[in-house]
Design a protein around this ligand. Structure first.
Ligand code: NDP
Ligand code: MG
Length: 396
């Protein structure tokens, strides 16, 4: 029987790769709803090709534009956050690909979990912001959570099939999270001040959205992934070790008490984890190039340098602090990365602003989802104030 899909963030990198896998397996998957934000022409083209029942955007004027483009088709256009939540909870939908970028992805992902869907989670910010509440919703409503992030998908595949979130019971000693090291792994540290947005988004191995590309350059992405792994697999921070692996072939590993290390390998192509989760527990064609190990020759590994990548250290610290700290880290990072991409602050300003915001906002309550939303908003305000101050100083 075909699986019925809602794809949140269909116009993004993950969304497009998801539709590519769907198109290769038309008998296995049917698209019920697609969502986008600014790329209305692209969303309209996707709707023509995949004929979903619903297309959703956040803003009403974008919805009107989309409506015009889709006139005469069977796709109904909806607008707003409630509409995003609605298409995640539709009775005919069994699988939701959560691939919106940033904190905006939290509410729809939560709606999918609360509706007991199979949630294919690309939006790592959901777990970084509200890991405890999201995992509770998954458990309470019998949702099935499958990680799309390539590292977490690799860990999922390297854990026992009956893994129940208890590392000790399954003999799991450590999770080894691989990182490419991004474009600045070997660049002279004293030249990092002069990094441009173009250099930061030019990832050596992966083609990704701008925000996650900058996060990969700063290794904040790996920091967010440490937090993500903590919630997904119930591993303690000290059980999660980051190892730099510049070739991005080994996507992560699980080390067991007997010394065994299990890994998942593939070419760096997001269609592999996407196809894995779409079809799980089956396997489907994903269109990826087969791995030619002899041609690759050498796979290398090295320890990360916290001085070069202060954002990684800040993420470990926020995880150790707990409470609202990771939500604060995530929100401040979104503001700082946007400011860097707009050339308002230098690259090194990202880590500096995070340190500042984390230092100022300590001990905020984290007892409810509303608390975390409030912490997110406070962190955005603080980070924006820092950015405004810095860009004023820079202009002088
Ligand atoms: P993109 O920036 O390429 O795509 C983001 C998608 O979300 C687009 O469809 C965009 O719409 C939509 N969107 C953006 N802002 C909003 C908003 N406020 N409300 C609703 N929709 C919005 O990102 P990626 O595809 O690269 O990443 C998506 C998620 O997956 C991120 O959380 C990222 O961390 C994660 N991820 C991505 C990986 C990758 O290889 N790309 C790997 C692992 C995880 P539009 O484009 O129409 O404006
Ligand atoms: Mg990743």
């Amino acid at each position: 029987m075909a699986k019925n899909l809602t794809i949140l963030g269909a116009t993004g990198t993950i969304g497009v790769n998801t539709l590519d896998v769907v198109a290769r397996n038309p008998e296995k998957f049917r698209v019920i709803a697609l969502t986008g934000q600014n790329q209305i022409d692209k969303l309209a083209q996707q709707c023509r090709q995949f004929q979903p029942r619903y297309a959703v955007v956040l803003e009403p004027d974008k919805a009107n534009a989309l409506q015009t483009l889709l006139a005469g088709t069977a796709t109904e256009v909806l607008a707003g956050m409630e509409a995003l939540e609605f298409v995640c909870a539709l009775p005919e939908v069994d699988t939701v690909m959560a691939a919106i970028v940033g904190a905006a992805g939290l509410r729809p992902a939560l709606a999918a979990a609360r509706a007991g869907k199979r949630v294919l989670l690309a939006n790592k910010e959901t777990l970084v912001m509200a890991g405890r509440f999201f995992m509770e919703a998954v458990r309470e409503h019998g949702a099935i959570l499958l990680p799309i992030d390539s590292e977490h998908n690799a860990i999922f595949q390297s854990l026992p099939a009956n893994y129940d979130g208890d590392p000790a019971r399954h003999g799991v000693r450590r999770i080894l999270l691989t990182a490419s090291g991004g474009p600045f792994r070997t660049r002279a540290v004293e030249t990092l001040e002069a990094v441009t947005p173009e250099e930061a988004v030019a990832h050596p191995n992966w083609v990704m959205g701008k925000k996650i590309s900058v996060d990969s350059a700063s290794m904040m992405n790996k920091g967010l992934e440490v937090i993500e792994a903590h919630w997904l697999f119930n591993a303690r921070p000290e059980q999660i070790e980051v190892v730099i692996h510049p070739q991005s072939i080994v996507h992560s590993m699980v080390e067991y008490l007997d010394g065994s290390v299990l890994a998942q390998l593939s070419n760096p192509d997001m269609r592999t984890p996407i196809a894995h989760s779409l079809a799980y527990p089956e396997r489907v064609e994903a269109g990826v190039n087969w791995l030619d190990l002899a041609k690759l020759g050498t796979l290398t590994f090295e320890a990360p340098d916290f001085a070069r990548f202060p954002c990684l250290k800040l993420a470990y610290q926020a995880l150790a602090t707990g409470g609202a700290a990771t939500a604060i880290l995530n929100a401040a990072n979104e503001v700082a990365v946007a400011a860097f991409l707009d050339r308002h602050i230098p690259y090194l300003g990202i880590a500096a602003s995070l340190e500042n915001v984390l230092g100022r906002l300590t001990g905020l309550p984290a007892g409810s989802l509303e608390d975390l939303m409030a912490a997110d908003a406070a962190a955005r305000r603080e980070a924006q104030m820092w950015v405004d101050r810095e860009s004023r100083v820079a202009r002088r």
